[in-house]
Ligand binder design. Structure first.
Ligand SMILES: Nc1ncnc2c1ncn2[C@@H]1O[C@H](COP(=O)(O)OP(=O)(O)O)[C@@H](O)[C@H]1O
Ligand SMILES: [Mg+2]
Length: 267
């Protein structure tokens, strides 16, 4: 059992009874506070007055039928697109209008639905990319990369070019590479489980839970995998046609007539 795994078990034990209720009920200001967000693409309103906030330490699920605006939400939070209305606050500072690299510098990163890795670079070299972009000791970064690869059962692939990995392994690599970022605070994931083999899904979940519990990293996870979302996320927000129609635990949203209509109404 690796060092990280031990640490994970320790934190799991330690955090028992200090669950998410405490985080949810805390009076502190949310880490991410989205107010009346609007996004128009020409005549199409992709997001309409969406208000959503996430507390530090939360794992939030974001679900909704295809085209409901989930990826657009991630693109707006990370500054890839400009907002058309409303405001986005991170750690009480307004971040809409900032350049993507500035937002990333505050500790907000994302993954893409189609993994973006450097195909001709080895797995270990891919892991080192975030370290090259930040001032840090290369030896320390390499040790961290190797620890993360071990935790993710990728050690035997570390000197292979990324193009030799399966689709699921590429997704895993993309996700784990993000953990190389120093001062990571909010990690946005766009469909991290889609097309991923069950065993790799398990490793991705293990990584998210460990980083959440060890480092209080906050997550927003877009996914269609209801069983995984239920197992992983503290709360769930539901988008439908650009509007936030429901929010709560999986039980709450699954029993919400608006959600049932959205999913059964046909797209
Ligand atoms: N760059 C873009 N230009 C024009 N329309 C877009 C663009 N990105 C997304 N859209 C539209 O916005 C809506 C929401 O898309 P998206 O956020 O990708 O949905 P989801 O991720 O929930 O499937 C869709 O109607 C989509 O066609
Ligand atoms: Mg999408």
């Amino acid at each position: 059992m690796g060092k990280t795994e031990n640490l994970f078990l320790f934190f799991k034990k330690w955090s028992r009874g200090k669950g998410i209720e405490e985080i949810m009920n805390s009076q502190s200001r949310p880490l991410l506070d989205i107010k009346n967000l609007v996004k128009d693409f020409g005549g199409l309103r992709a997001l309409s007055n969406v208000s959503l906030n996430i507390q530090k330490g939360e794992i939030r699920g974001l679900i909704g039928p295809n085209g409901s605006g989930k990826t657009t939400m991630i693109n707006l939070i990370t500054g890839i697109y400009n907002i058309s209305g409303g405001a986005i606050y991170f750690s009480q500072d307004r971040i809409d209008g900032l350049q993507p690299n500035v937002i990333a510098g505050r500790g907000v990163i994302r993954t893409f639905q189609i993994p973006r890795v450097f195909k001709d670079m080895t797995v270990l070299e891919n892991m080192m990319v975030p370290a090259l972009c930040q001032q840090q000791s290369m030896a320390e970064a390499k040790a961290r990369a190797e620890e993360l690869l071990e935790f993710s059962l990728l050690t035997r692939m570390k000197d292979e070019p990324a193009k030799n990995l399966s689709g699921g392994q590429n997704m895993l690599l993309q996700i784990v590479r993000g953990f190389m970022k120093k001062d990571l605070r909010l990690y946005l994931m766009d469909e991290p489980f889609s097309g991923v083999h069950e065993s790799i899904k398990g490793i991705i979940i293990k990584n998210i839970k460990a980083m959440n519990q060890e480092k209080m990293i906050t997550f927003l996870i877009v996914s269609h995998e209801m069983t995984t979302v239920r197992n992983l996320c503290h709360r769930i927000s539901v988008l439908h046609k650009g509007e936030l129609i429901s929010q709560g635990t999986m039980e709450e949203v699954a029993n919400d007539p608006l959600v049932i209509d959205a999913y059964l109404g046909g797209e």
